[in-house]
Write a protein of this length. Sequence first.
Length: 185
Amino acid sequence: MNFEEYKKFMEERRNKEEREAIRVVDEILKYHIDYRWTEYDRDDVEFYPHFVFNGEKERIEMDLLMVLKHSNKRYERKIGVEFKETAMEKVLAQACLRKNYVDYMYIATRNIELNYKHILIMSFFGIGWVIWEEGFAKMIFPAKYTSTESVFEELINTALRLKLKEKGEKISDLMKLDKFMEMEK
């Protein structure tokens, strides 16, 4: 369905947490289409609300799947959105599971306080966050087009670099101590 059909669908069949879905979608499309030098067009976006598909082991429903069409099918992008009012643990679990099936994954919640664990999970999985209140929506940070494997690999490489640096400093200190001991002889 197109954007107008999606708006009509939301008027008739939306869930409570989706009451600002149109504003949330507008924020996401601003970021992915309006503010970028892309060949995507808002008129070519396809909307699939309450999209159901079969995952690896279970049947999965995504609150919203948007497909950004492109003249070259290779550049077509899928954007997933999960809506919740305040259930951050639940929406993050859903988003992490669904991230494997889309190019960009967003959560849309009320303007709630997050803890560091939530932020770390969103950063690790590249999940974007849009907040909404009555008559308002704002993107807090965008989703990233990255695979979990590359993020995981980057975290491991950073940890290894820090560990090697730490070991290198200890070796350097030991070498200085050896030189000092030789000078004392």
